[in-house]
Design a protein around this ligand. Sequence first.
Ligand code: CO
Ligand code: ZN
Length: 326
Amino acid sequence: MLDLIDRLTRAHGPSGREDDVRRLIAAELGSHVEGTRTDALGNLIAWKGGDGPRVMLAAHMDEIGFMVTHVDDKGFLRYAVVGGMDHVGLPGQRVAFPEGRVGVIGAEPVDEPKDLKHEKLFIDPGTDAGIAVGDVAVFHRPLEQAGHRLIGKALDDRLGCAVLVEVARRLASTPNRVFFVFTVQEEVGLTATGALTATYGLQPAWGVAVDVTDTGDTPKARPPMEVALGKGPAVKVMDQSLICHPRVRRALEEAAVAAEVPFQREICEGGTDAGAIAVTREGVPAGVVSLPTRYLHGPSEMADLRDIEGAVALLLAFLGKPLPES
Ligand code: CO
Ligand code: ZN
C-alpha cells in the first residue's frame, strides 16, 4: 500500500480543487469496481457487490491549504487558510501551487512570538510566478518512511482514500451493495459538504467514514486520549460532530474481532464525514474507522502502516457478511 499512499499524498487537492486526486483514484480503482461516476459537486462514487443493504464508505479527497487573498507590488502573497490550521511552525515551510510552483512561508518581524498570527505571515513565491488571487497552495513535502511509520503531508485523509481503494481491490464478493465515496470539501465549513450531498443521493442503510484521528501518545498530550500509533485502527465512539450509532460501532468492533485485528476505541475533538452522513434525509446510522495520526493538519503528519493495514482487514470483514437492513 506504500506506493499507493505515496501517489495519493503527492496529488494537489485543497478543498474545492480535488480534480487531481479524483483522476488518480479513478485510475487506481480501474476494473476493481463495477462502475464509477462523479456527482455535481465532484464526489467520486464507485460501487460493487450484491443487492443487499446499501453501505456507504466515505473518505475525503481534500486537504488543507492556503488561498491567495492579495498579491502585493513585490509579488508577496497574503492568504486565507482553507480548513483549520495553526500558524505556529509555519514560517520556513514550503508550499506548492498547481503545476509544481513552490513558495516559502515568511513572517514579518514581531516583538514577541505570541504576536505571530496568520496575518503576519506571507508566501514568497520567489519569482513572479503568475499567481493570482484565488489560487491555492498546499504543503510541499515528500512522503517518508521510518520503520512502520509514515511521515508526510495530507495523510488527512489520503490515508482514508488509500484504505477505500485497497478495500475495493481486495473485496472479492459481498452480499451488500457497497458504495465507495471519495468526498469533496470535508475540511471547510460547518458541514462536510460532499458527504452530505452524496449521502442524500445514495440513501444508504449504513454509513462509515474512514478518516484520521489525533493521538494521546506524545509527551504531555492534552487532552488525555487513549489512542496511540501502532495499536490498530480506532473505532470512534464520539466526536464533536457525532455520537456514533451503536449498531454500526458494534458491527465494526465485531468485524475487528473476527479479522483478529487489534483495535482501539476513540473519543476525540473535531468531526468527520460521518457527522454529515448521519443527519441526511431521515437519518443514516453512521460510524467511523479512524487512522491514528500525530501532528494533524501540519506538513509532517505521522501514521503507522500496521494501523492502515488493520483498517483494510477490519472493513473487509465488516463488508463480507450480510448486514441487516435496519
Ligand atoms: Co482534517
Ligand atoms: Zn480528515
